[in-house]
Design a protein around this ligand. Structure first.
Ligand code: ADP
Ligand code: MG
Length: 468
């Protein structure tokens, strides 16, 4: 066997398997499981499900091989199996977490955010910046809002920004989606209107700036245009942001019937649009905060309705606690837990299902990390500074992943000194390659070099607390 374990007593009561030797070239995904006490301890999981870490790779292949769900024979048994697979698919459709929500039927909670967004657009006539962490539901809100605005005859254009976005190309392509019919200079039934052109034909050829663009957009008549710029934080070009700020100023000064809705990963408004006092009164910020328990429960109810199952109170509690207000995690955990219950022939999702779902999600995350990251996480240094890493993960979870020594200090509740924190963070930049460091003006900033790691650490820490 490539790796061995020895048992070690932890504070005199619980038994934690400790890693003895590790050949980092292989078996590292199994080893990493031991990194997380929750997984290693094994809470009330069905017999055999924890065999992966206890017995290592010695698993009898026969019983583990996948089978068909339904029998091909035309009998009663196949009918019930059929029903099961239909429900599994229905649950997946209701709770799969890979896509943003685009329709109201699939959208849970967020009444307050929707109300504030509508109010900002309709009453205040300002531009809106939606900001918050990744997976919190910004894109989904933007899509569902767009559907609602279209019903009220707004002309909505959705554009997702890439890292290489540049101002003229992006807006030229956006303007190809606004019919020229909506320009004040174009008479209905005129040749221009009949030609079916769009606003882009009115732009100067070649590059143009915010002022020229505002000149064209100021002509919108007969509708109001909303331009959604999603994933704004990804844009690298600083000129792009400066031009967009300039555009907002020009559109506002000219009372154009065009409003921007910008969304991005950020802690606050300034981080996303830069410090621009001249446009401050023309924009309103809409922070996407974690979902409340009621909203998360709403989301799970969609799964209940689709697959004809019920999430029991303690199952809901575990899922909500682990998800920490992230709709993405509610879906991921709710989906897994629901499947586990159904596979077991039950309609009720229990707390044990929820915990196993957390376990599965952690394992899947862990397995998806590159080998190098997995083995770094399994190193002695990582084990010795596990609390610090979890605090760092929490500190980086509210923005684009970057955090300072002070942020980590706040997360530890003052249990470590700032000096110690800084020294240990540097260890994970230099010796153990888990963090990266950004130099520049002000305090040094750190972040996890590989994105999934922070979520993995937080979730397994939350699980450890639950089990304790
Ligand atoms: N209000 C909501 N109701 C149901 N699912 C949601 C809601 N908001 C987000 N989600 C789900 O959460 C995940 C992340 O949402 P997304 O809108 O892509 O977040 P962001 O744009 O902030 O990264 C997606 O799977 C999406 O389906
Ligand atoms: Mg998004």
């Amino acid at each position: 066997m490539i790796w061995k374990r020895k048992l070690q007593t932890d504070g005199g009561n619980s038994v934690v398997p400790a890693l003895d030797t590790l050949n980092e070239a292989s078996e590292s995904s199994i080893v990493l499981v031991e990194q997380f006490p929750t997984l290693a301890r094994g809470y009330d999981m069905p017999a055999g499900s924890d065999s992966l870490w206890q017995q290592g790779p010695v698993i009898e292949p026969g019983p583990m091989l996948p089978r068909f769900m339904a029998s091909a024979a035309d009998d009663v048994e196949s009918e019930s199996a059929d029903r099961l697979s239909r429900r599994r698919l229905a649950l997946r459709d209701a709770l799969a977490a890979s896509q943003p929500v685009v329709s109201r039927e699939a959208f849970a909670g967020r009444h307050d955010q929707m109300l504030r967004l509508i109010n900002a657009i309709e009453e205040q006539r300002v531009h809106v910046v939606i900001y918050g962490e990744r997976g919190i539901g910004k894109t989904s809100l933007a899509h569902v809002f767009a559907e609602t605005a279209r019903e009220a005859r707004y002309h909505v254009i959705y554009a997702s920004c890439g890292t290489a976005a540049n101002f003229p190309d992006m807006f030229r392509s956006i303007l190809t989606n606004i019919p020229r019919l909506y320009h004040s200079s174009v008479m209905p039934n005129s040749a221009e209107a009949e030609a079916g052109d769009n606003f882009d034909v009115m732009l100067p050829e070649g590059p143009f700036g915010a002022r020229e663009l505002a000149d064209v957009l100021a002509g919108v008549l007969g509708t109001r245009v909303l331009i959604v710029l999603d994933e704004y934080d990804r844009v690298v070009d600083v000129n792009f942001r400066r031009d967009v700020a300039e555009l907002i100023k020009n559109l506002s000064d000219r009372a154009a019937r065009v409003q921007l809705i910008i969304t991005g990963v950020a802690l606050n408004l300034d981080e996303l649009i830069g410090y621009a006092p001249s446009i401050r009164r023309n924009i309103t910020g809409l922070p996407m905060i974690p979902m409340s328990n009621a909203e998360m429960h709403d989301l799970l109810r969609m799964g209940e309705r689709a697959a004809d199952i019920v999430y029991g109170d303690d199952g809901v509690e575990t899922i909500c606690q682990m998800a920490g207000g992230s709709p993405y995690l509610v879906r991921l955990l709710g989906h897994q837990a629901g499947l586990l219950a159904m596979d077991d022939g039950r309609d009720k999702v229990t707390q044990a299902d929820a915990r196993r779902a957390v376990d599965l999600v952690i394992r899947e995350w862990q397995a998806s990390l590159p080998r190098r990251v997995q083995s770094n996480l399994a190193r002695e240094e990582a084990k010795a500074h596990w609390e610090l890493l979890v605090s760092a993960a929490k500190a980086g979870s509210s923005a684009d992943g970057w955090f300072t020594v002070d942020d980590v200090y706040a997360e530890t509740g003052g249990s470590m000194s700032q000096l110690t924190i800084e020294r240990d963070l540097k260890l994970f930049v230099n010796t153990v390659d888990l963090l990266e460091r950004r130099e520049g003006p002000g305090d040094p900033h750190f972040r996890f070099g590989y994105p999934g790691v922070a979520s993995l650490l937080m979730m397994s820490a939350a699980m450890a607390r639950q089990v304790a």
